[in-house]
Structures are given as C-alpha cells and as structure tokens.
Design a protein around this ligand. Structure first.
Ligand SMILES: [Zn+2]
Ligand SMILES: [Zn+2]
Length: 399
C-alpha cells in the first residue's frame, strides 16, 4: 500500500509513545473526526485512518511487526483481523456517539463481510420533567439523519442515467497487488481509489444527493415514553437510524436504529429514589407538640397529612401510592414526607412570656436564675478577694 501514511504520524505521536499516549491521542482525534460529530467531507476517511493506526499501535504484537516491517508487515492481516481485539465501543464511551460497536464497525467496512451493510445507529437525548416521567409522554422529536435520496432511489445517478462499471478496478471495487515481504509473497487488496471501492462510477450524478444516493433530512418521529421511566433508560426505535450505505451490492441495506435516551430533570419539591419520592416539609414547634393536619404537595395534586401530637423533627411519614408508577405497570411507589420542626426566631414580648411560662411549667431553670444561684453560692464561700468581689458586682450590674 504505497500511499499509506505512517501510523505514528497519523496519530501525531512519536515512536516511543506509551500505550497511554496512543490511547489519548486516538481519543482526541476521534472526537474531532467521528462521522457523528464532524461534517467535514473527509471525516469518515480520517476516522478510519486514525482507527486503523490505533488498532495496530495499541496491540503489542502488531506494533512490533509494524515497527520492523512497516505497512508491508501488516499485509498478513485481513481488515477484520487488523481491528480484532479493539473495543472501540468502550474506547469511545461517554462521547455521546450514536454508534455502538456495529456502527463503528460499519464505518470501517461498510458492513461486516458476508452481511449487508447497515445504516448507523443514532442517539437522541430527551429531557423530561418528573411529572412527565410519572405520567409517560407521547411526543414528536426531530432527528437529523441520512435517508435514501428519493430522486434517484439511492443509485446516485441522475434520473434517466445509470452508473457505469469502474474501468480502473473492472467493477470489483478492489485493487489487488502481490508484494514480496519478509513473510513471503503477500496478496493485499485495497479499495479502488477511482471509485472509492464502489466498483461503479456515476457519469451523471443526481443533483439532489450529489451522487451519494443519500440525503440528510430532519425527520419528525413520534415517540411514546412509558410512565415510570428514569434517567439513563432508553427506548430503541428499530430502523429509525440512518439509512444504510448505497454502495452497489448493498442496495436495500437495513437502516440503523434510533436510541432515545431519557434524562429526568431534578424537581424543586421531590427527590426521587426509584419509584419512591421524598418531600421535605416544615412544621412549627406547636404543630409538632400539639399535632395538626397539614397540606403537602404530591405529583397528583395537594393531599392532607395528619401530624400526630409529639412529632419529632426529622420524622418521616409515608403516603402510600403517592410516588412514581413502576415501569411496566407493577404498582406505584410511595411519597415519604420528612417533617422538620421550625424554631421561631423573632418572638413578640407576649410569645416570649408564654414560652417562659411554659418553660417554668416544665420545671426548667432559666439561665438568669442559674447565674443568680451561682452568685449566691460564691458569696457563701466568702473567700474572694476584694477585687474579685468588685468584678462580680460590676458583672452583675451589666447583666
Ligand atoms: Zn439522488
Ligand atoms: Zn474502481
């Protein structure tokens, strides 16, 4: 493969790069060139290029052979063998890419050998309120995706014209060459550069898709989210991803799938724990001591909660069935209400007097009484210096 770039150059690392350097260089470039991320016309080919470089340099044995023999040393591997053992899904996790393993695989091969190519999977993130998550939701989302061009039915040729067999590769899409390498003669094949491996060229391209056979469209898709859904869960809409590639031999390929990932926004009044909800409410000191009947919010509207006399601050009361529905209709969770007792701060003179009376009634000793008793005790001791006595007098006056 004469025009192939050096793998180290492709990843922008030097020959002594560690496994970690290689991985981080790959991830950085993958962010930039992943076809889900980039609209650059060469994104897909760049992505393949960096992924192949990574597949080789991240494997000790393959890297050793590459260091010794260059690209010729790679001739013994089929493309699938070259990528074997690399978990791209794991490597690219957290980037928010639509593709799982299959679609990344497809990006390299236009489909696994022996199987028709398949369109890329797509990911759509849907934000819900807690109320929507409780009731479920039927909505329409707008998904930009590649679809088969209606004008040319995916052939890429202007209506009334047809693609012709590529003269360079005689329609095979592959250029095969024999090379003499230290391993003996090796047969390697690479995609035909003239037709990009399609085996056909299009003398009169369709104007709507510029000969690609696919067009990008924003498609409105109806989704039905069941009640009880939680963050991180997803819905799979089969066949609603991108249309399959339209390369000859793969016409009519299956479309990818669309994954709708749900994320439920935090709620100002409720904290969610699976199907249960927690609400924090506050009651006054007297409500706690005497008991009351209070109003609390629930997802279904306001409800009444009986506060028994003598409720301690932090007590949790359970309101059965006022939580979230469980997915697949297996009952409903509970609403837990934590009651926090509010201590009054700005007392009127009368309130203060009432509380002091209450305190006396409960047999408590107020601090001013305590200090008077202490002073009496100190006087009785009678062993203070004149100075100590004067200090005590002054303190007393200040109090
Ligand atoms: Zn077209
Ligand atoms: Zn060709």
């Amino acid at each position: 493969m004469p025009d192939k770039k050096d793998y180290y150059e492709v990843l922008g690392v030097d020959k002594g790069a560690t496994e970690k350097d290689i991985k981080s260089a790959y991830r950085k470039l993958a962010m930039k060139y992943h076809p889900d991320r980039s609209d650059a016309p060469d994104a897909e080919s760049r992505f393949k290029e960096i992924s192949e470089a990574y597949a080789v340099l991240s494997d000790q044995e393959k890297r050793r052979q590459y260091d010794q023999f260059g690209h010729a040393g790679m001739g013994q591997y089929s493309q699938e063998d070259l990528f074997r053992g690399v978990d791209f899904e794991d490597l690219l996790r957290g980037f928010g890419f639509g593709g799982g393993r299959d679609s990344i695989f497809d990006a390299f091969f236009g489909g696994r050998r022996g199987q028709p190519a398949r369109g890329r999977d797509l990911r759509y993130d849907l934000d819900l309120t807690l109320e929507q998550a409780a009731t479920g939701l039927e909505t329409t989302i707008e998904v930009p995706r590649a679809e088969i061009c209606q004008t040319c039915s995916g052939s890429g040729a202007k209506p009334g014209t047809s693609p012709v067999s590529c003269p360079n590769c005689h329609g095979s899409g592959q250029i095969t060459r024999a090379q003499n390498t230290p391993f003996g003669q090796m047969i390697s094949s690479s995609p035909c550069p003239k037709c990009s491996g399609r085996g056909q060229t299009i003398p009169n391209p369709c104007q709507d898709c510029s000969g690609t056979g696919r067009v990008r469209r924003v498609r409105k898709i109806a989704v039905k989210i069941p009640g009880g859904v939680d963050s991180g869960q997803h819905l799979k809409l089969r066949g609603q991803g991108e249309a399959g590639p339209t390369v000859p031999g793969h016409m009519g390929a299956e479309s990818g799938d669309l994954y709708v990932f749900v994320s439920v926004r935090p709620h100002p009044l409720f904290r969610r724990d699976d199907a249960d909800l927690l609400h924090e409410a506050s009651i006054s000191m007297t409500q706690a001591a005497l008991g009351d009947d209070i109003e609390v919010p629930t997802l279904q509207g306001r409800a009444r909660l009986k506060v028994p006399a003598g409720t301690q601050s932090g007590s949790i009361f359970r309101m059965r069935g006022k939580g979230m529905p469980r997915l697949h209709g297996s009952g409903t969770g509970d609403l837990h209400v934590r009651l926090n007792v509010r201590i009054p701060t700005a007392l009127t003179p009368r309130q203060k007097q009432l509380l002091e009376d209450l305190s006396a009634e409960m047999g408590e000793t107020r601090p001013e009484q305590k200090s008077a008793e202490r002073k009496a005790g100190e006087r009785k001791a009678g062993d203070k210096s004149i100075l100590d006595k004067i200090v005590d007098e002054v303190k007393g006056a200040v109090r």
